[in-house]
Design a binder for this molecule. Structure first.
Ligand code: PHE
Length: 540
């Protein structure tokens, strides 16, 4: 809180300054609205800010008020209609037409007949086709002795609204009865916000600060003509209390999910890779034998940086060129088209982490190893519930001898099991750089649907030839963002990452760590074991 009065004054906003002269020891919001000419919301806002600075305090009080409606106002002015009818009957019976007037309309008379009959104060009979009302002896007594209590109420109280709680029991009962009648009276709760000036507010008002020179905003004109030098600007009150939003920092659930994936890879003996987010097309596409006319090279699918990067050593580039154009010495025919090094130089946001896998394979050569990467990747896609322009991929590969499709399937099964997923199926697919290629789908019990989570395969000879790799490489990429959604029971990626995520959720939610069931726990039989182990990898 600010202590210096001038400092406090300079930090007041325009609304607060406008309200200040209208504050009194004790006042209400409606009084302030009336005296300041501000709107109720503006007064409310200004009071909230003034309250935050301890200049005022507010308390809400409630009052039960008796208010009059249309028929109530008539009754207040002319007397209750049944009472007026009864009174007029003292001079002799009357037909409804005779009773009817501006202040006693027919429907009102009809309603009163019921009331009078229930009190046995009047009789009704048909005379010459019209209804005729006459007063009974009981009715006469009511009038002569002035015993009709509801009328007493209107005789006693002439100004409304009335404080309901100030009425006696009898009067409250009458109000209750009257409130059942159409458009007569009602008891309403009225809320009043009382405003009490606090010591700081009193000091502030006593100081009689002149605000005429305080500017709300620095404008370009003030900057240009230098007039800002002479002005006093409203200061920010950086000490003004604000609601606490979080007690402490914590890891985002999507990151927790990445760490769960990382842990599973580490437990399975894989080593972590890392690589650049901005890649050349060479490493992202050409290095693995993706043809130069592949749709992924299109701006529709890929974010191009608009700059060129460096190609690796000329020998490697030459080998990649050969395998693209003619198949090199792999026995393949290649794409039978000229390979353009300029396309390979283009810089892009990497579209998959396989770019990094190939950088590692290039360095590894024929050394066995198991590698993984939890990587941010980017695709220029239409955003929907399961696609964002940026997502996380968890890539991995195993290089070794005698690896087969069973090893690949075994690895995938094991990985899924460690995520708590056991119902999976495989489907053949196509990648330019793997043959055979497999998609692994899992069954989402809650949604009753199959989802593709892993794309995988065995790298083709054409993709490995430039690096002189004679071994087998089984490899896969999985949608880690999807895993994060799955572990956190979210259907929509936008509830997990990005600006639409609930802040409360991020602050309080912890990603549940999947539990391995006994049934899934025979990992040894499923892990790819063919000659590869943690300690046999490269020295990265
Ligand atoms: N790069 C593939 C993708 O982005 C995944 C993959 C990696 C497939 C390695 C096969 C081998 O979907």
């Amino acid at each position: 809180m600010l202590t210096n009065i001038q400092e406090t004054a300079n930090s007041l906003s325009l609304l607060e300054r406008k309200l200040l002269p209208h504050l009194k020891e004790q006042t209400t919001v409606s009084e302030l609205v009336a005296s300041s000419g501000l709107q109720e919301v503006e007064v409310g806002r200004a009071l909230m800010w003034l309250g935050n600075r301890d200049i005022v305090s507010t308390q809400i009080s409630e009052k039960e008020l008796v208010v009059l409606f249309e028929n109530g106002q008539l009754a207040s002015k002319f007397g209750l209609p049944e009472f007026r009818i009864l009174k007029s009957l003292t001079s002799g019976p009357k037909t409804i037409s005779e009773l009817e007037s501006d202040t006693l309309p027919r429907p009102e008379i009809m309603a009163c007949i019921g009331i009078l009959k229930s009190k046995q104060a009047a009789n009704i009979e048909k005379v010459n086709g019209d209804m005729q009302l006459s007063i009974t002896p009981a009715g006469n007594i009511l009038i002569q002795n002035n015993l009709y209590e509801p009328q007493h109420f209107f005789d006693k109280y002439t100004t409304f609204p009335l404080d309901f709680l100030a009425l006696n029991e009898k009067e409250r009962e009458i109000v209750f009865e009257l409130s059942k009648r159409k458009l007569m009276v009602k008891v309403e709760t009225q809320k009043t916000t009382n405003v009490t000036l606090q010591p700081l507010g009193k000091e502030l008002i006593a100081a009689n600060v002149d605000f005429s020179n305080v500017e709300e905003q620095l404008t370009d004109t003030m900057l240009k003509d230098g007039s800002w030098k002479e002005k006093t600007f409203r200061t920010y009150d950086v000490r003004s209390p604000v609601p606490r939003v979080a007690v402490s920092g914590r890891r985002h659930p999507a990151r927790e999910a990445n760490n769960i994936i990382r842990d599973i890879y580490l437990q399975m003996g894989f080593q972590e890779m890392s690589g650049p987010w901005v890649e050349t097309c060479f490493w992202c596409m050409d290095s693995m034998w993706i043809p130069q006319d592949h749709p992924a090279r299109d701006v529709q699918d890929t974010f191009f940086i608009g700059k060129e990067g460096d190609l690796p050593n000329p020998e490697l580039v030459e080998k990649v060129k050969a395998v693209h154009e003619t198949g090199g010495n792999t026995g393949s025919t290649g794409y039978q088209k000229p390979w353009d090094p300029n396309l390979a130089k283009q810089l892009i946001l990497r579209t998959h982490s396989t770019a990094t896998s190939f950088r590692y394979l290039n360095d590894l050569g024929n050394k066995d190893g198991k590698y993984f990467y939890v990587a941010n990747v980017f695709r220029n896609e239409a955003v929907d519930t399961t696609h964002l322009a940026e997502f996380v991929q968890a890539e991995g590969f195993v290089i070794g001898d005698n690896l087969t499709l069973s090893d690949l399937m075994g690895f995938i099964k094991e990985f899924y099991a460690r995520l708590g997923i056991t119902k999976i199926r495989f489907k053949p697919t196509y990648n330019p750089y793997t043959e055979p290629s497999l998609e692994a789908h899992y069954y989402d019990e809650k949604k009753g649907k199959w989802y593709a989570l892993i794309n995988s395969g065995i790298f083709r000879p054409e993709s490995l030839a430039p690096y002189g790799i004679k071994k087998t490489v089984i490899a896969w990429g999985m949608g880690a963002s999807r895993v994060a959604a799955l572990l956190n029971s979210k259907n929509n990626l936008r509830e997990l990452v990005g600006p639409t995520v609930s802040f409360d959720w991020i602050a309080n939610h912890k990603t549940p760590i999947p539990k391995l069931s006994e049934e899934n726990n025979d990992s040894a039989s499923r892990q790819p074991t063919a000659g590869v182990g943690t300690d046999e990898g490269g020295d990265y």
